[in-house]
Design a protein around this ligand. Structure first.
Ligand code: NAD
Ligand code: TYD
Length: 343
């Protein structure tokens, strides 16, 4: 099978390409990625010479380029990861999330419709369900109540993708995963940011009271779920993908301090994120029942593996945390840090 993967130079996309080619060495993958601040070909340096792998630099919003690629390559499967994926950046500047997550998805769907692509797996997020009161859990029919420009654009792209199935019979499947963590995650997201700050004895910024709850999914488990949907998902269906482990952000931060051997005095509360969702909770019964998938890596094992990966990839971290990152970090945390306080 010939796969077209979008956003394959990012965190989950690069893990997926590595996972998939190891599982299905006879298949081939074309990776279409714009290489935004979050895209990094270094994430794929170990497979750049794999005979089944090719890279094309390009923007999924570029309709002529996308049509040309679909026409020339005729992929059997599209796995669509490319997105502006960070809530905080979408709050600072919502336009890129709108462009890539909505217009980019539309451009790909149009090409899939025109060239009759065999399967289109649209990678989405549990954030489309918004914040849930305890003890609610969202199944795939739960109402969509996104809170941020990021999650609203993702919710819109999910609906657009599903409408292409209903109207044009484009064989779309949507996956909605919970918070991922693991190797190669850009250190703007909670876990790699706290881990790399802890290594440098820098403050660990905790938004608000730190009691927000997230469900954590090790990235390899997410890749296995996507591969299961590629192989056996039903067209027009949505599959939630949760990690079966949820906890408060403060718990995550304290575990990171414990595993890195750093003091609790590094914890600092900072001003909260506007519109901050309090609690995500997901039911993954459907993918377990239909496709036999369930997460294998428990949180303590996954977190220890993640910390070890960041410890042994210090040069990756220092390159990624270079110029642009420093600028973003200063801009984003400057105002928040005026409210810094020890927990
Ligand atoms: P990421 O930010 O690490 O990577 C995004 C990738 O997309 C980058 O390589 C970037 O260069 C590329 N990209 C961005 N705009 C593009 C464009 N216009 N054209 C082509 N390429 C473009 O993101 P991630 O964390 O790997 O997330 C991947 C997908 O998974 C996203 O769709 C996200 O919504 C979804 N998701 C992420 C999480 C999570 O916890 N990270 C959880 C659930 C779902
Ligand atoms: P994040 O990794 O940005 O994922 P998402 O917003 O998609 O869930 O954030 C995870 C949680 O951690 C979320 O509740 C916000 C919180 N958070 C902090 O407390 N401090 C930080 O510096 C960051 C980046 C996130």
């Amino acid at each position: 099978m010939k796969l077209l993967v979008t956003g394959g130079a990012g965190f989950i996309g690069s893990n997926f390409i590595r996972y998939y080619l190891a599982e299905r060495p006879g298949d081939s993958i074309l990776n279409l990625d714009k290489l935004t601040y979050a895209g990094n070909l270094e994430n794929l340096s170990d497979i750049e010479n794999h005979p089944g792998y090719r890279f094309v630099k390009g923007d999924i919003c570029d309709a002529p380029l996308v049509a040309e690629l679909f026409g020339a390559e005729r992929p059997d499967v599209v796995v669509h990861f490319a997105a502006e994926s960070h809530v905080d950046r979408s709050i600072l500047s919502p336009s890129p999330a709108f462009e890539t997550n909505l217009r980019g998805t539309f451009t790909l769907l149009e090409a899939a419709r025109q060239y009759k692509t065999g399967r289109f797996v649209h990678i989405s997020t549990d954030e489309v369900y918004g914040s849930l009161e305890d003890p609610l859990e969202a199944d795939e029919n739960f109402p969509l109540r996104p809170s941020s420009p990021y999650s609203a654009a993702k919710a819109g792209s999910d609906l657009l993708a599903l409408s292409f199935h209903t109207t044009y019979k484009v064989p779309v499947m949507v996956t909605r995963a919970s918070n991922n963590y693991g190797p190669f995650q850009f250190p703007e997201k909670l876990i790699p940011l706290l881990v790399t700050n802890a290594f440098e004895d820098q403050p660990l910024p905790i938004y608000g009271d730190g009691r927000q709850v997230r469900d954590w999914l090790f990235v390899e488990d997410h890749c296995a779920a996507i591969a299961a949907v590629v192989a056996g998902g039903r067209e027009g269906e949505i599959y939630n993908v949760g990690g079966n482990f949820s906890c408060e952000n403060l718990h995550v931060a304290r575990e990171i301090l414990r595993l890195t051997g750093k003091p609790e005095s590094l914890l600092k509360t900072v001003a909260d994120r506007p519109g901050h969702d309090r609690r995500y909770a997901l039911s993954s019964v459907k993918i377990q029942r239909e496709l036999g998938w369930s997460p294998r890596v428990d949180f303590s094992t996954g977190l220890a593996r993640t910390i070890e990966w960041y410890r042994s990839h210090r040069s990756w971290v220092s390159r990624v945390k270079g110029g642009d990152y420093r600028q973003y970090y200063q801009q984003h945390y400057r105002d928040r840090e005026q409210t810094l306080s020890r927990l």
